[in-house]
Design a protein. Sequence first.
Length: 652
Amino acid sequence: MIEQYQPVLIFLVTFAVVALSARQIGNYFTRFELPLISGFLFAGMLVGPYLLGLIPEEAIEHLEFVDQISLAFIAFAAGSELYVKALRTRLKSIAWVTGSNAVVVPIMGSVAVYLLAPVIPFLAEMDSAGRIAISLLAGAILVARSPSSAIAIVNEMRARGPFTQTTLGVTMVSDVVVIILFAIAVETADALLTHVGFSAGFVGLLLAELLISAILGYIVARLLRAILALHVKRIVKAALTLLLGYLVFLVALEIRHRSHDIFSFELFLEPLLIAMIGSFIVTNYTGYRDEFLKILEETAPPIYVAFFTLTGASLALDVLVDTWEIALALFLVRLVSIFIASFAGGMAAGDPLAHNRVSWMAYVTQAGVGLGLATEVAVEFPGWGEEFATLIISVIVLSQIIGPPFYKWAIKQSGEAHTRAPHGKFDGQRDAIIFGVEGQSLLLARQLESHGWQVRLACLDESFIQEIGETNIDIREADLTLETLHDLGAEQADAIVSMLSDEENYRIMELAYEHFGTETLVVRLNDRAHTEQFHELGVLIVEPGTALVSLLDHFVRSPVATSVLLGQDPEQDLVEVEVRNPALHGVTVRDLQLPLDTLVLSVRRKDHTIISHGYTRLELGDHVSIIGSQESLEKVLLRFDEQFRPRITTGL
């Protein structure tokens, strides 16, 4: 028994090691503004049977269950994106654009494949019925989009508005539509390839298959709900969800075989449609949507690595070499068809002409569902399926490379991008703007000034300024407008602190983020419910209640370090500086030659904090935290005036 499964275990372990490497290769691809999945596909092609041979063809056959689990997960993800409440506001535009794409793209795509059939190797020898069947499959898959890529771009651009709502809605709905179209296309293709022909019985069988798929989808939804209701760790729920997805494939295959044995026909149930219906019901009609989305989000990275790597390994590269011109032609046909459909749909819905001209760029991306459907064709039609999948995946890869930059450009053209502005160069003076005039803000201003900062206080009520009376602090009357921030010198501010209401705080932080790119944004939070929206802007949050408890906790556990942090030790202080000089790029901490009574505590690189040691190499943009005596820190700042830019000095 063990010997029977030994090859599968060996292939699985080998593939797991390859997948881990593919993850790193995918991260490397992002440095060149390429999608992660491009790196995964490349890694798979590299180790596949046509190049290095680390994953032979035999292994791909044994690992088919990995594909099935991944495909079910992708269908769950597609169904979860179709959240009805979020789509209602732009329902008319979404319906028109999706409908026109569901008609124009399959027709033009199918016609293109049929006309190109004589020059496509695996189609050239087929009869007209076979060519039509495969053309219908290709046309259906070309409708697929990439919700994950679209959402990532929208989040990156912080886009919001009618154009973004419409394009995102169309992208999500399209993946639902494409699965339904694909289910119909597969059944039609099967009839054409087996020369069954079309009749009232065929139509009835097709409707029966869709009805049975809907019933099974409802059952899957009930099972998903039961899994989500379990009082167990989320990783257990994720494992049970993946197991359920795999069972959907096994049940669909068993029904197909049983129906063939019992009746004179096969019941072909589309497992992706079943899984998607179950996910849609859970997302919209149960109270477990948030839990379900968290499971999908946490499970997605390893699933996508495994699926796309295995997909890359299964690509028939010899076919790809012979058909890359055809793949490029199909890609261009897809672009033209999307433009025609999106423009026509937008005009019918009454959308602005400026949006209709660029909306097609939002629908170019393809990824999970498209790849999943192409892979399923390879599984269902082993004779020519792999060559078909290779051709379609080539089109998808092109779309995934070109699509994201197109969508970014379209969002910018629509005026709905809210990205972070570039920050101005350091002018040699550390500047801070504090919104809100009260005891704490005045104390903060004096503390910062004692450390060499130039501080301006912005007051929304002139009467407060009169109550304060004479002071050496620069206090100005202000309002929450962009003009006021310009007048306060926000373009040169190194830090902006807001101590107003959460609504006013967010308005200030958003203006500073979008128009000035201020690196250090700090708010005093009033309601924890608003935490997430500030985090999206990269704002540092001080919540008075929890901050006090945390401070007391640190005083109990590390009184000396906490005293230094709060500036209560007159002999020691803490400063954070940014590496700006290219000459320091790659220099180790031990070679900085800092004063002996200073210590580098940590290096913050992008979103990661590195607990430094002597051999930590600095990179441009690193933020270095240094502790030491006041005298030595002054020497550090003077000595590296051009090398380090002071960013935050604590002593509050």
